[in-house]
Design a protein around this ligand. Sequence first.
Ligand code: HEM
Length: 125
Amino acid sequence: MDEMALYPVIGEEGFARLVAAFYRQVPNDDILGPMYPAEDLHGAEERLRDFLIGRFGGPQRYIEQRGHPRLRMRHGPFHIDQAARDRWMKLMDNAFAEAALPAEAEQHLREFLSQVATFMIHQGA
Ligand code: HEM
């Protein structure tokens, strides 16, 4: 599936459902909970949602508001080891189960997220 074709398939609503289901789990997670800003979880949810929407052919709100994603740099302050990466993907898998997106869209998105998550692993911080 062409990456750009995902937005027309699942729309704002599909991305919103997935990302909301992910962030609903974050506050109670022992690894990820402490990393995310408790006072601005709603903002964090919006940033990931808008990033994905822009990445997959929807409106470019993320870039308009935040500029170039520079994801490696923006994740620099957080301690992202293999365990944190695997937990992030675990919560995302739960979110996929809840969001019930079309199978092909889910597979494509999961592959993308899994690759980027691995790329975010870094030493330090
Ligand atoms: C590997 C595990 C990951 C961890 C532990 C992690 C953790 C975090 C944390 C703590 C934040 C700050 C929340 C905020 O205030 O926005 C953040 C931001 C963000 N993350 Fe991740 N993340 C991970 C993987 C990913 C992946 C796979 C993607 C996308 C494919 C992603 C996309 C983003 C985006 C777009 C932001 C907002 C950046 C900004 O504009 O400031 N993250 N992440």
